[in-house]
Design a binder for this molecule. Structure first.
Ligand code: NAD
Length: 290
C-alpha cells in the first residue's frame, strides 16, 4: 500500500519501519527532521499525504493533530483513509474525523497501548473508532504494526476506550503502591503480599504483570530502577484527557480525579518526571499520613 506517515517520534519511527519491512511504500514527514531507513522523506505533511491510500499520524496532542489535519485533508485523495494513532482528546478526534469525512475520506481514531516496545516489536493493541469500511481497509496495517485491533464504534470511541482503560490503570497502580507501602509498615513481607494479592480479589494487571515492587513478581520497570516502561508523564497526560472528557460528558469520576492530582504532584512538584508510573511505590514508602 502507498502510505503517508506523519510524526516519526519514539512510537511513529518504529511503526513506520515495520510497515516498510512488510513491503509497504511509506513516505514520511516529521517537523524535527527525523528520518527512518526505508521511509521516503517528504518536505511537508501535505507532500507525505498526497497520493497515499492511507495516511497515518502519530503526534503529541490534539492541537497538533488539528493543525496537521488542516494541512493534509485537502491533499488526500477521496476514498483514502486518515488513520490517527496519537492519543488525543475525544473532541479533537471527532472534529478531525468530521473534517476528513466532509472531504470524502474515511477517518479512524486508533490510539494504541503497548508503548515503544510494542511499536518496535509490532505487538501494539489498537482501539479503533470510525467507519467500518475504513477499519477494513486499515486492518492489514494493524496486523503489521500490532497484535490486536478492536473496533469500538464510531469516531472518538477509540480515544474513549483508551482513556477509560488508562484511568483504571492509573488508579489501580496507585492503590497497589499504597498497599505495598502500608504492608511494609505493618511488617508484612512483600513477597507474601504479592503471593496473596496476585491470586486473590485484589489482583490486577498492576500487581500481577507490572508489579511496582522490585524483586517481586515478573520482571518490570521496578527491577530497572523505574526506568520507563510507561512514563509517569504519559500517565498524567492520559488522566488529564480522561478528566477533560469526564467534564465534557458530566461523568462523576472521583478516583480518576484523585489519580490525576497525584500524578500531577509526582511529575510536576516531585521527582516523577521521566520515571516509570510505577515509581509511585518509592514515593509512598517515604511518606506518612501528614
Ligand atoms: P514523540 O514526541 O516521541 O513523537 C511525536 C513526533 O511528532 C515528534 O518526532 C515530533 O517532532 C513530531 N511532530 C510534532 N509536531 C509535528 C507536526 N506538526 N508535523 C509533523 N510531525 C510533528 O511522542 P511518542 O512517544 O512517539 O508518542 C506519540 C503519540 O503516541 C502520543 O500521542 C502519545 O501519547 C502516544 N503514545 C505514546 C506511548 C509511548 O509509550 N511513548 C504509548 C502509547 C501512546
Amino acid at each position: 500500500m502507498k502510505i503517508g506517515f506523519i510524526g516519526l517520534g519514539n512510537m511513529g519511527a518504529p511503526m513506520a519501519a515495520n510497515l516498510v519491512a512488510a513491503g509497504h511504500d511509506v513516505t514520511g514527514h516529521d517537523t524535527a527532521g527525523v528520518t527512518v531507513e526505508g521511509v521516503t522523506p517528504a518536505g511537508s505533511a501535505a507532500e507525505a499525504a498526497g497520493g497515499a491510500e492511507v495516511v497515518i499520524t502519530m503526534l503529541p496532542n490534539g492541537d497538533i493533530l488539528r493543525t496537521v489535519a488542516g494541512e493534509i485533508v485537502p491533499a488526500m485523495a477521496p476514498g483514502a483513509v486518515f488513520l490517527d494513532c496519537s492519543t488525543v482528546d475525544v473532541e479533537s478526534a471527532r472534529a478531525v474525523a468530521e473534517q476528513a469525512q466532509a472531504a470524502g475520506l474515511s477517518a479512524l481514531d486508533a490510539p494504541v497501548s503497548g508503548g515503544v516496545g510494542g511499536a518496535e516489536g509490532g505487538t501494539l493493541t489498537f482501539m479503533v473508532g470510525g467507519d467500518e469500511a475504513g477499519f477494513m481497509k486499515a486492518e492489514p496495517l494493524f496486523d503489521v504494526m500490532g497484535r490486536k485491533a478492536v473496533h469500538c464504534g464510531p469516531s472518538g470511541n477509540g480515544q474513549a476506550a483508551k482513556i477509560c482503560n488508562n484511568m483504571i490503570l492509573g488508579a489501580t497502580m496507585i492503590v497497589t503502591c499504597e498497599a505495598f507501602a502500608l504492608a511494609d509498615k505493618l511488617g508484612l513481607d512483600r513477597q507474601a503480599m504479592f503471593d496473596v494479592v496476585s491470586t486473590s480479589s485484589g489482583s490486577s494487571w498492576s500487581m500481577n504483570t507490572y508489579c511496582p515492587a522490585p524483586g517481586v513478581g515478573p520482571s518490570s520497570p521496578a527491577d530497572n530502577d523505574y526506568t520507563p516502561g510507561f512514563a509517569a508523564d504519559l500517565m498524567l497526560k492520559d488522566l488529564r484527557l480522561a478528566m477533560q472528557a469526564a467534564e465534557a460528558a458530566d461523568a462523576d469520576t472521583p478516583l480518576g480525579a484523585a489519580a490525576m492530582r497525584l500524578y500531577a504532584e509526582f511529575v510536576e512538584q516531585e521527582d516523577g518526571a521521566g520515571r516509570d508510573f510505577s515509581a509511585m511505590l518509592p514515593r509512598f514508602e517515604g511518606r506518612g499520613r501528614g
